[in-house]
Ligand binder design. Structure first.
Ligand code: UGA
Length: 488
């Protein structure tokens, strides 16, 4: 099928490449000339597994790029709108990009084209889109509008697309329902999975993908409600982590126990610095704004956001109580991206923590496998150094902070780390290690919702005051490895 994708950002680019991969003829548009030139030369502007391979495989064959919406939609049977929906000052989704696209494409929607909203949008956007197309000159009956929300996670977006938990289609008429069913047929029939050389499945290869058909409003609501629910799960577990820390329980054990209940499930139960990224923070806010429009005060979501913001502050308090004062201290920081496997720093808890540390007068030496260039553009030049690996960051630093859950941060050479750090402090916002393992390596280890790992010979340096564990760098002896003790 001939498909136009309007907006070559994260969702648009991944969708365009995956549509080409399952056999469609795709033209992807963006109004950023530099981005289109890059893409036409086979360069990929974002860090995403399998995306470079897919673009290489299909460029000039199943996928082309353009700067003209009209050119793209002329021959297309389906037009996917994947432009940004950033938050406005009131927290509502700003739909001006969606509206601008609809007015631009109105004159070219002839012959029963299906216009599909794929960006994350509030419920009723399809309705507005329909009205806007008509207002801008599209003939009634010459098009239909549908919703097909994406559930792509950055870092695993390609496999999330090709091996989805579900494909969601919100269609109010048979033409759009049939068109979208045909587009996803290679996945829902399982034909794609039987071909040689396909992108490998992340787990056991499925026989076929599941498709859920709803009306447009339900599909729009499913997307917002799913993201808000996942954010709630994270905030809930972070709140429980704070209780676990206070009473001497271990949040990892608590979550393993909770997640074993099939009604709860083990996913999205990792305690840490809270959620970030371009989706959850804005979607929770936008969903609350939708509720408000309906006259419903969705107070639960305010609490989800409050706990999320508080989680960063708690971490900062932990750093301060480990190091006493921060002015003039040098801190090694691992991680800039909002999560592992991506170079995206939008709403990154890591960036927020670094900014607060700089405000306290600390200097930081940062390492991230992919997000350094993006962070350099937003972090101040003063007080921030960039290392080329974790050990360079650690060398001579007063403490090491882990802020992003990159896999490589979970397998560090602890002995080398211990020898490089000036003081043996590791403060982990992502729970990548076991406290006793760090203590055995001679490190004083703070994490989220678990006891502090303390080497036996350093037990006197760590004390509990209220619900805060305190340690003082200025009292520490030169490094020596000793047996572990855990202060809960
Ligand atoms: C999220 C959803 O997971 C996707 O299904 C959705 O399509 C996407 O938003 C979107 O609406 O476009 P993404 O923002 O890429 O995807 O990232 P997630 O993997 O969901 O992680 C979000 C944040 O939650 C990250 O900061 C991560 O570190 C944090 N997180 C995640 C936790 O703190 N704990 C967890 O257990 C899981």
């Amino acid at each position: 099928m001939r498909i136009a994708v309007i907006g070559s950002g994260y969702v648009g680019l991944v969708s365009a490449a995956c549509f080409a991969e399952i056999g469609h003829d795709v033209i992807a548009v963006d109004n950023d000339a530099a981005k289109i030139t890059m893409l036409e030369h086979g360069e990929v502007p974002i860090h995403e597994q399998y995306l470079p391979e897919l673009l290489k495989r299909h460029l000039g064959r199943g996928i082309r790029f353009s700067m003209s919406n009209t050119e793209a939609i002329q021959d297309a049977e389906a037009v996917f709108i994947t432009v940004g929906t950033p938050p406005s000052a009131t927290g509502e989704a700003d739909l001006s990009f969606v509206e601008a696209v609809s007015s631009e494409i109105a004159s070219a929607v002839e012959g029963g084209k299906v216009i599909v909203e794929k960006s994350t949008v509030p419920v009723r956007t399809c309705e507005w889109l329909r009205k806007s197309l008509l207002l801008n000159g599209a003939r009634p009956g010459s098009f239909s509008v549908a919703s097909n929300p994406e559930f792509l996670r950055e870092g695993t977006a390609v496999t999330d697309f090709l091996y989805p938990d579900r494909i969601l289609v919100g269609a109010d008429d048979e033409i759009s329902a049939g068109t979208l069913q045909a587009i996803y047929d290679p996945l829902t029939s399982g034909k794609y999975y039987q071909q040689p050389g396909v992108v490998p499945a992340p787990g056991v290869p499925p026989a076929r993908a599941r498709i859920i058909m709803t009306n447009a409003k339900s599909a729009e609501l499913i997307k917002h409600a799913s993201n808000a629910f996942l954010a709630m799960k994270i905030s809930f577990v972070n709140a429980v982590a704070n209780i676990a820390e206070c009473v001497g329980a271990d949040i990892s054990q608590v979550c393993a126990g909770m997640g074993a209940d099939s009604r709860i499930g083990p996913g999205f139960l990792n305690a840490g610095l809270g959620y970030g990224g371009s989706c959850f923070p804005k979607d929770v806010q936008a969903f609350q704004a939708v509720a408000k429009h309906c006259g419903y005060e969705f107070g639960l979501l305010s609490e989800v956001m409050r706990i999320n913001a508080e989680q960063r502050q708690r971490f900062l308090r932990k750093v301060r109580s480990a190091l006493w004062t921060l002015r003039g201290k040098r801190l090694a920081v691992l991680g800039l991206a909002f999560k592992g496997d991506t170079d995206d720093i939008r709403e990154s808890p890591a960036v927020e923590v670094i900014e607060a540390l700089l405000q306290d007068g600390a200097k930081v030496c940062v390492y991230d496998p992919a997000a350094t260039a993006r962070a350099q553009a937003v972090l101040p030049a003063n007080g921030v150094e960039y290392a080329s690996d974790p050990y360079e960051a650690a060398a001579g630093s007063d403490a090491l902070l882990i802020l992003t859950e990159w896999k490589e941060f979970a397998t560090l050479d602890l002995e080398q780390l211990r020898n490089l750090l000036k003081y043996p402090f590791v403060i982990d916002g992502r729970n990548l290690y076991e406290p006793h393992q760090m203590a055995e390596a001679g490190l004083i280890y703070f994490s989220i919702g678990r006891g502090v790992g303390v080497p036996k010979n350093m037990a006197s340096l760590v004390s509990r005051r209220g619900d805060e564990i305190q340690a003082y760098t200025s009292l520490l002896d030169p490094p020596s490895v000793a047996q572990a003790a855990t202060v809960a």
